[in-house]
Design a protein around this ligand. Sequence first.
Ligand code: ATP
Ligand SMILES: Nc1nc2c(ncn2[C@@H]2O[C@H](COP(=O)(O)O)[C@@H](O)[C@H]2O)c(=O)[nH]1
Length: 184
Amino acid sequence: MQRIIIIAGPSGVGKTTVSKYLTEKYNIPRVVTHTTRPMREGEVPGKSYYFETDESFKKLHFFEHVKYGEYQYGSSKEALDKAWTKNDLVSLIIETDGVKSYLEKLGQQVYFIYLTVSDFSVLKKRLLGRGDKVSEIDKRLNSYEFKRDLHLSDELAKKAHVLNNDNWEEVAKELDTIVKELED
Ligand SMILES: Nc1ncnc2c1ncn2[C@@H]1O[C@H](COP(=O)(O)OP(=O)(O)OP(=O)(O)O)[C@@H](O)[C@H]1O
Ligand SMILES: Nc1nc2c(ncn2[C@@H]2O[C@H](COP(=O)(O)O)[C@@H](O)[C@H]2O)c(=O)[nH]1
């Protein structure tokens, strides 16, 4: 069965780190999504995101799309199908409203991982350590979407596999178990 590991959680919690691990260790491709936000240092167009203008974003046909802070983000069924041509198991990083759309449309094909940390103050430190601009971090941490994604709604909590990413080595072990279960 074709399946999708959806990774959500607040900014800086480690979603991209998880997705990279799955790609590098298990050849699980990530579904590339579209955004109008500026590229960060180290990001690669077409790999990290498809970077769009407001005009080009409007012309795309999305499976789901959202506004997060001041920018637009969206994912397409075409990108999902493209990733599924590479592997029956793929990953996708989205915020929690997008998770609801995928759960409604793809049901049992979705394995939903929600990442969290015990102390939210580490998130700012991680974003600073990643090299994000301080002004961008402050905008992000004050956004409605960031605050919302610090916790799961009751509805999503029923569907989530919650991983605590205080310690990367422990998360990596949990991911190994999850992949084994999904690939069997
Ligand atoms: N367990 C961990 N301990 C310490 N640092 C970590 C851990 N996991 C990830 N990091 C680091 O934290 C930073 C943020 O991680 P990452 O980019 O994966 O977060 P994200 O959830 O994808 O954030 P965003 O939503 O803002 O893109 C990176 O520099 C990453 O290397
Ligand atoms: N619903 C969707 N959310 C998306 C998509 N692509 C990314 N995201 C989420 O947006 C925020 C901000 O991302 P960042 O790269 O600027 O830190 C984050 O929670 C992503 O998971 C998408 O296509 N749909």
